[in-house]
Ligand binder design. Structure first.
Ligand code: FES
Length: 114
């Protein structure tokens, strides 16, 4: 593959919309990868690598605050869209994966990062 080839997303179904309570992050295992999936109250679905970039705890055990996931251990918050932290102590972003909804099924592709 050369650098001009596009990576085709490999979509994995992770549940239906009804499986995701609004603004409650859930941990989904996709292959060997832990992914935090959340349906926000405005109807968007986001998927991030479910490990904080600061000290390797599960982000899915945190809370959604103003459109970001707040790490429960030291309080860094990460954008659901970019994975970038907006406050210390975390300084590195976490990977964000594309999502799609077909019917009421939620899909995540972990072979692509946004
Ligand atoms: S472990 Fe997440 S901010 Fe420290």
């Amino acid at each position: 593959m050369n650098r001009h080839d596009k990576i085709v997303p490999e979509w994995e179904a992770v549940g239906t919309l009804g499986d995701f309570e609004a603004d409650v992050p859930e941990r989904c295992e996709i292959g060997d990868l832990a992914v935090m999936v959340v349906r926000t109250s405005n109807g968007e679905v986001h998927a991030l690598y479910d490990v904080c970039s600061h000290a390797e705890v599960a982000l899915s055990e945190g809370e959604i605050v103003d459109g970001e996931i707040e790490c429960w251990l030291h309080g860094s918050t990460f954008s659901l869209k970019t994975g970038k932290p907006s406050c210390l102590p975390a300084v590195d972003p976490v990977p964000v994966y594309p999502t799609k909804i077909e019917g009421d099924v939620v899909y995540v592709a972990t072979n692509v990062e946004l």
